[in-house]
Design a protein around this ligand. Structure first.
Ligand code: BGC
Length: 331
């Protein structure tokens, strides 16, 4: 009888204790699938390394990434060269890998320099994703950004649609040796080939700075005064081009198509000082790249290519819709 009593008491104790333990564990743990905000600790440490941290375009990517980092409980670090410099850029990637961060988001600027490093980092077990610029031959897990060749095609088609007669084009490209800039030029060349009234006369690199975009525009116009159209392939190029055209009194007679919708670019478009610009989605690139990295870190599959939207806008397309305004607001 006593044995039966102790037996029953023991079973009861074990049951009550197990129930208590189960609910305690449940109460003090976070289910990462259900919690999307207000984390008390970061789930992962992710680093975003662009080619130039203080560039307004990259501040927009950062802004999107920070919003996603808040939503997904990520510790996000934004670091890299102050001014575009590939050696510095590669060094930053190496340092992030050495610090054993959970994931790296960066540009795949060139196959020669970036692919071996990306592959080395991925082999170490740190996932790398490319943003804005792809190194398609590398082992990067995924690419999030513009289809840069297609963006170049769009720019070329816009120039064909917007102009008549003989067009002599000068191109200011961000850099000669980076994947996205090369693709934007190639797409443009392939698009204009359709009509032989359009010819590319000169191409110079701005090193993605506005000042060099202006210097190179001036140089091109000195050497080829017949040029009556410019194509700027990185965010600050059209600003430099337009400045020089104004200065030389050639703004009216010269067609300009640029890239991106930074506030000043929109002002130029509004004022009729440039004719068109190719819109990218830097905020969305930042947001989506964090989202994709979180998925990978939590064992889920992501598509290897995730293109963000690209289109050409002209003065008549202003004002932009709300989503596009987010992409244009630097602050
Ligand atoms: C490109 C970025 C580049 C920036 C430079 C943008 O159009 O997508 O890769 O860093 O221009 O201003």
């Amino acid at each position: 009888m006593t044995r039966l009593f102790y037996g029953a008491a023991f079973i009861m104790f074990v049951t009550v204790f197990s129930v208590f333990l189960y609910f305690s564990i449940k109460a003090f743990s976070i289910n990462p699938d259900t919690v999307t905000q207000a984390y008390s600790y970061p789930r992962h440490h992710i680093v975003l390394i662009p080619e130039e941290i203080n560039n307004d375009y990259w501040r927009l990517v950062e802004k999107g990434a920070r919003a996603a980092a808040r939503d997904f409980g990520i510790a996000l670090e934004y670091t890299g060269p102050k001014q575009a410099d590939q050696e510095e850029h590669l060094k930053s990637i190496n340092m992030a890998a050495a610090a054993k961060v959970d994931g790296i988001l960066t540009q795949g600027l060139s196959e020669e320099q970036f692919t071996p490093l990306i592959n080395k980092v991925v082999q170490k077990g740190i996932p790398v994703m490319t943003v804005d610029t792809d190194a398609a031959k590398s082992d990067r897990i995924s690419y999030i950004g513009t289809d840069n060749y297609y963006a170049g095609i769009l720019a070329g088609k816009a120039l064909l649609a917007d102009t008549e007669g003989e067009i002599k084009v000068g191109i200011i490209t961000g850099k000669f040796d980076t994947n996205h800039q090369k693709l934007r030029v190639q797409g443009f060349k392939d698009a204009i080939r359709e009509q032989n009234r359009v010819e590319i006369i000169a191409i110079e690199a701005s090193q993605i700075t506005r000042i060099q975009a202006a210097e190179k525009t001036y140089k091109i116009l000195q050497e080829h005064p017949e040029i009556n159209a410019f194509y700027g392939t990185s965010a600050l190029d059209a600003l430099g081009i337009s400045e020089v055209l104004e200065y030389m009194g050639k703004s009216q007679e010269t067609y300009v198509i640029g890239f991106d919708i930074l506030p000043e670019t929109l002002e130029l478009l509004e004022a009729g000082k440039i004719e068109a610009t190719v819109i990218q989605q830097p905020y969305e690139m930042g947001y989506k790249s964090i989202e994709a990295m979180v998925q990978v870190l939590e064992g889920k599959a992501v598509d290897s290519i995730n293109h963000t939207e690209t289109r050409v806008i002209r003065q008549g397309d202003l004002p932009l819709n709300r989503n596009e305004m987010i992409e244009a607001e630097v602050q």
